[in-house]
Design a protein around this ligand. Sequence first.
Ligand code: OAD
Length: 232
Amino acid sequence: MKKKLVISTGAGISAESGISTFRDAGGLWEKYPVMDVCSADGFERNPALVHQFYNDRRKQLLEAKPNAAHYGLVDLEKDYDVYVITQNVDDLHERAGQQNVLHLHGELMKVRSLTHPERVYQLKPEACATTPDTRDQYGDPVRPHIVFFQEAVPNFEPATELVAEADIFVVIGTSLNVYPAAALINYVRPGTPIYYIDPNPARVPAGVTVIAEPATRGVATLARLLSQPIEG
Ligand code: OAD
């Protein structure tokens, strides 16, 4: 039976695809006040600004392609049962061909009805070319399918279940600033090997193998480390 490899990714894995991170120098939250564009209050105050912000992100995403790190994680599916839990709202894991992707913070290319939240719509690329539609076909207002600050993270519980079943846990490209996502590492079973790939790593518990490299190189390093037979 294949081992279960659970991988938690953040904005850093998409940085080399040209997608801005949030908290690095020049990151998104330096340019846009986070509580204006990514909070329930901000959306209530100025929905047009929030729609415009996410539509600009969509245009950036449509120009981007998965990078060697996204593809490297797909390659690991040959030898492992791979589950990706991502804080990213982009679709680069899916476009690289990853089988199992759980989005913690929503998905950029989707909107949902405000009055019927179960109505989630996949946006066509051409729908992002100009100002986005702010109503669905029933005339109901829509909102980005994004988990705003101040909102619950509906996929957190399934994510913790995956992490608790992991034989190997990997964290890639996150500043580990945002909860509850940053707490996933606490759900690994004792003794589970943990790897963390980030060129500017945050503080992590002792025992975590830190690979201080950009994601494209770091995933190649990880694949090499995983393929080495354990001595002992
Ligand atoms: P951050 O912007 O907080 O952190 C990005 C991390 O990526 C940092 O630790 C960088 O060192 C690292 N990084 C930069 N370039 C990299 C590269 N080439 N390879 C690997 N790592 C690299 O992004 P997140 O931790 O993902 O939420 O942020 C978490 C959440 O905060 C986001 O999901 C978003 C934001 O508010 C929402 O929008 C709801």
